[in-house]
Design a protein. Structure first.
Length: 199
């Protein structure tokens, strides 16, 4: 099979590489704020589907994929952070990122992520949602400021970067898997890839 990762996320690229897959990367460039849903689960699934649809539209000739001898599988994903019942996407400003991270300090947040695999040859689409929880020790203000100045937290859901060397010492516990928090749960992704192939 061939794999296209429909994501600009470096974390997702790293995880898929760790899983042993070779892949090409395409981004969807959709207006995520135009898609709204009631629950975090519905939202992340709708966004993964919209990304897949946008990438399929960008592929010049989808009929090429239908006639290939192997299946081409497109992986799209989305994630939000839920903190005190509020859905958090990427921070819109440094001020919002600061507010988000200070909220996690000494507390906890949940991640809700979707993975969607579309078989471009057969049209089969399989998707599911994965959740995890992260508990934090108190995060010092100078660490929060360093994270914000560096800027990477502005590009991730809820400004939450579990694997960052500045953040990781203050992670008390993860309920679920670290790869789920980072945006691409390995076990679920593997299962959906297999389910998307002709049996």
């Amino acid at each position: 099979m061939e794999i296209i990762l429909g994501s600009a996320s470096m974390s997702r690229r790293n995880i898929l590489s760790e899983m042993g897959y070779k892949f090409t990367v395409m981004t969807a460039d959709i207006d995520e704020k135009a898609i709204r849903k009631e629950t975090p689960e519905e939202l992340v699934m709708a966004l993964a589907e919209a990304k897949a649809d946008a990438i399929i539209l960008r592929l010049q000739d989808i009929s090429d994929y239908k006639t290939k001898p192997v299946s081409t599988l497109l992986i799209t994903a989305d994630q939000v952070v839920v903190h005190e019942g509020v859905i958090r996407e990427k921070p819109l400003s440094k001020e919002q990122a600061r507010e988000f991270i200070k909220g996690y300090s000494g507390g906890h947040a949940s991640t809700v992520g979707s993975v969607l695999v579309t078989n471009l040859k057969t049209g089969v689409r399989r998707g599911a949602v994965d959740k995890a929880e992260v508990y934090f020790h108190k995060i010092p203000d100078d660490v929060i400021e360093s994270l914000i100045e560096e800027g990477v937290v502005l590009n991730v859901a809820g400004g939450l970067l579990l694997e960052h060397p500045l953040t990781s010492p203050f992670v008390e516990a993860v309920v679920g898997t670290a790869d789920s928090v980072m945006g691409l749960p390995k076990a679920l992704t593997e299962q959906l890839l297999q389910e998307s192939l002709p049996q």
